[in-house]
Design a protein. Structure first.
Length: 236
């Protein structure tokens, strides 16, 4: 499969390419496919940080198609990590659901960077959905001692098959997706405190992310260095 112009741009921007090998595969309630992979030197070359993600390259009817996925439980000692794929119609889901041990896929590392603030914030406010739950879990793991309030949007009950890694001092609320995401915006904005020195991390649908970020920055007056926001996907 020949790479497209996106691959050339990523390469020019310092993207590093690796070849992943499938070591194991597991279905999660029929809604997700979990693959254990060998990173082909990726972790050794790039290191590991919370919310770390990579771009995978799929064959979409002979054309290169890239999608971003968060690394789950990366282990630098073995070079292995897990990837979780939502099962729906698309070339990525088709590849994941039929992948066998020994199959390989190309991956590019470019653009992934995040560190928890130092000193640690007094509280984490995390807003995500099924797509960003692996990243949310990596933050809950990395900041295991930090109190956290989490809102997760879901479109259907099957999206709850992946479990938040919440501790006793982590409060998790699942919010149904309604009104094109406005219900999540309203729910979170009504619940966020008007003061404090926490860190805000928002990663859900693009328009929803913008609405929440606008409230956090403009209405609450939170400094930009205390806000991390990324639109994980865009509603059609």
């Amino acid at each position: 499969m020949k790479r497209n112009w996106e691959a050339l741009v990523l390469k020019a921007m310092g993207g590093r390419d690796f070849r992943l090998t499938v070591l194991g595969t597991e279905s999660i309630d029929g809604h997700y496919q979990r693959l254990l992979v060998d990173g082909g030197g990726l972790l050794e070359a790039c290191g590991v940080h919370p919310t770390m993600w990579i771009r995978l390259w799929f064959d979409n009817d002979g054309r290169a198609h890239q999608r971003a996925y968060t690394l789950v439980d990366p282990d630098p000692a073995t070079g292995r990590f897990t990837l979780e794929f939502a099962i729906h119609d698309g070339c990525a889901a088709r590849w994941a659901s039929t992948a066998q041990v020994g199959d390989t896929i190309g991956a590019t590392v470019q653009g992934s960077a995040f560190e928890l603030p130092d000193p640690a914030p007094e509280h984490l406010y995390l807003v995500g959905d099924a797509a960003s739950l692996p990243a949310v879990n990596s933050l809950l793991d990395a900041g295991a001692d930090i109190p956290a309030t989490v809102w997760l949007e879901y479109a259907h009950e099957g999206e709850k098959a992946l479990v938040p890694r919440a501790r006793a001092h982590h409060d998790v609320t699942w919010v149904p997706r309604r009104d094109a995401g406005q219900h999540l915006v309203d729910t979170v904005c009504a619940a966020l405190p008007t003061s404090g020195t926490g860190h805000y991390w928002v990663a859900c649908e693009a328009a929803t992310t913008r609405g929440l970020t606008r409230h956090i920055r403009r209405t609450l007056g939170v400094d930009k260095d205390r806000v991390t926001a990324l639109g994980y996907w865009k509603a059609g």
